[in-house]
Every structure is written in C-alpha cells, then in structure tokens.
Write a protein that binds this ligand. Sequence first.
Ligand SMILES: O=C([O-])C(=O)C[C@H](O)[C@@H](O)C(=O)[O-]
Ligand SMILES: [Mg+2]
Length: 429
Amino acid sequence: MDLTITDVRLTPILVADPPLLNTQGVHQPYTPRLIIEVETADGVTGLGETYGDTKYLELARPFAGRLLGRSVADHNGLFTVMNGVDVDRERVVDQVDVGGLRGVQTADKLRLSVVSGFEVACLDALGKALGLPVHALLGGKVRDAVEYSAYLFYKWAEHPAGVAAERDDWGAALDPAGVVEQARKFTERYGFTSFKLKGGVFPPEEEIAAVRALAEAFPGHPLRLDPNGAWSVETSLTVAKELGDVLEYLEDPALGTDAMAEVAARAGVPLATNMCVTTFAEIPDAFTRGAVQVVLSDHHYWGGLRNTQRLAAICRTFGVGVSMHSNTHLGISLAAMTHVAATVPGLHHACDSHYPWQSEDVLTQRLTFDAGRVTVTDTPGLGVELDHDRLAFLHRRWLDDDGTLRDRDDAAAMRVAEPGWETPSVPRW
Ligand SMILES: O=C([O-])C(=O)C[C@H](O)[C@@H](O)C(=O)[O-]
Ligand SMILES: [Mg+2]
C-alpha cells in the first residue's frame, strides 16, 4: 500500500444560501466553499471541505503544493507544513473574521481553518486505503448516531428583487409565529427535537417573544438563543432572567471573555460559545473565570477532527460541556462532524448544523437526518462519494462570478436591500 500524496485538487465553489438574517446582515445568495481532493499513489482519493473565501484559498494553494510526496497518514506533519506558509499581514492586522463572528482574525485561525479541510481529506483517504471508517481512525465510536438541532433563523421569503438566487420553500420568518412555523417544518422534515434561534437581529423583546412562542409550541424541548455577542451585559442578564426557565443555554449573549464572565456569574443560565473560545490559547482565561459552560467546537476552527477530540478532553477536565457549531457547510463536513462527534464521550447537547439550509451539495447522495440524528457509518473513510458533475457545475458558478460573492460578506448582502446598512457596532442592544 502506497499512501504517498501524488495529487491535490482544490475546487472553489459557490453554493446556494437562503436569505438568513443575523446581526451582521443577511446571507448572500451564494456562499463560497472549498472542496479538497487528496490522491495517493495507489489512486485512492480523500475528500475534505472548508471555507472558500480568498484569504483561505491564498493559504490552501501553496499548502497543497507542499503536501506532494508526503503521506496521508502524517497528520501531525500537516501542522508543521502549514506553519511554513506565510499569511499576508493585511489579512490579520486589525481584521475581524468574516461577519465578525469569530473575533479578531489571527494567522493561526486562518491556518487552522485550512488545515482542517486537508486533515479530513487525509483521514478519508487513509480510511479508504485501510478499509476503516474515519471514526475508527479516531479511536472508535462511542455512539451509533449523532443528534443535531434545528438551526432556526429569522429569514426573508426570498433574496432581494433583482438578485440572482435559487428559490427555497421555507418562507419568511420575521416574527414569533414565523419562527414557530419554521421550527415545525424542521421537525416534520428532519425530526429535530432541540431548537436554536439565531438572534441579534431584532430588539431583544421580540426575540424573547419568539423563544417564548417556541417554548409554548414545543413544551420541554431544549431551546437556545444566539445573538452572536450583540447584547450588553445588562441586556444579556435581562434576557437570561426572562427566558431562564426555558433555555438549555444562552449562546454568546455578549462579546468577549470579560463580558461573558460577568454574565455567567450573574445569569443563572449556562452560557455556550463559538466566539470567545475558538482556539486553545483562549481556553485558560475563559475556563478559569467560568465564562462559558459549553464550548461549541467546530473542526474547521480548531484545526481538524483530532484537535476537536483534544478540545473535548480539555472541556471534560474542566467540567465544561462540549457540542458543535456550524455554518454553511456541505455533506463532506457533516460527515466529518458526525465521525468525530461519534467518538466524543459525554456529548450532552445536540450539535448545530446548517446542512438543512444547504439545498445544494457535491455528493452523489445527501446525508439524511432520521429523528434528528445522522447515523454513524462504518463504510471506509468518511463514507461519502463526490459527484464530479455537481462539483463542476458549482465551480462554474464560482468561475462566472465577478468576485462579488467569492468572499462572504453579510453586511454587503444586506446593503442590496438597505443601501445605508453598516455592520452594527457592538453591543447593538
Ligand atoms: O453559531 C454561530 O454563531 C454561527 O453559526 C455563526 C454563523 O455564521 C451564523 O450566524 C450565520 O451563518 O449566520
Ligand atoms: Mg453561535
């Protein structure tokens, strides 16, 4: 068996995204992703997926070239190789990440987000070569299915008039009744039983009313609200008081470890984050100050599946819960998330997934949710197959774009409907 990498193919694509609202603005009609294919000397191909914005492509291209001749089994080596890839200073000086949802941009955050897609591709190739599923390469599954939650968004019925976009059948959700209606569709279509509402869009009273309406419509079901740090400490405390009896947790109510620690100390509701703890370096301060009770890991952020397991072990040590964050990913990443989640003991919260919002994929067969769960496959590798025609079609869309959509920018997408729109300063309320 020859595990030497002989070819790496990088295919940036644009995939349809509905008009989902968040505190920054609205999702673009098409969002960039990068599909990674790593081929071995024996002709085995591994698949990976990560962010497709220019700043990631800039790193992925030289990185891919340096992997030729290395082994798909050398996962530690990926980090060493990536450390040698220069990050343009322009990308990290005074920059926040896309949409401002992951704090200050650093060279490491960019590098790890790229490495993650390659690590998944190498694990997929290695698993296929050895005849083992990815979860077995990670030490073996401790569960046979992984539970996901319904990721509810305030949403327009369609993208602004005149904007080229795919239509969706979810309808609008701009008030409590619309949010409950969307939640019902999620339960009917996928069987989810936990609900997360993306907040920070409307004044807190309206979002409190929406969560109350969900609690009435789905009594006893786990509920979460995530304004992406849009609230002050005082507003966060008010929301926590109003919703404390129905929330499983409040997600990133305020921005930064200082504010989160203050809210956590006084709120009486557990706080979850995918914003103030997104790297290992951020853990000591946040954990010792009790700023977060659940870390929403994301293998794209943390540098892959093995780092996700390491994060989970640290969380266990500190008595902090772990679950998963997600944004606009396709089936390759959902498969990767499912494999790693299957190996993590004590996963007490249903994981987030945007997948139901992504009507387009690059797989021959979409992954499915059964009673809100994805079954953990024992097929070698990730257990998914690339549809080359679909990939070519979505890549053609990326090639045809004049550059407007190649870098996700929710505020720019919002300006199409509201010309004066600027990314709101935080705290917004
Ligand atoms: O949980 C979260 O914070 C997210 O999923 C961040 C995402 O970027 C989400 O807000 C989105 O895509 O609008
Ligand atoms: Mg979040």
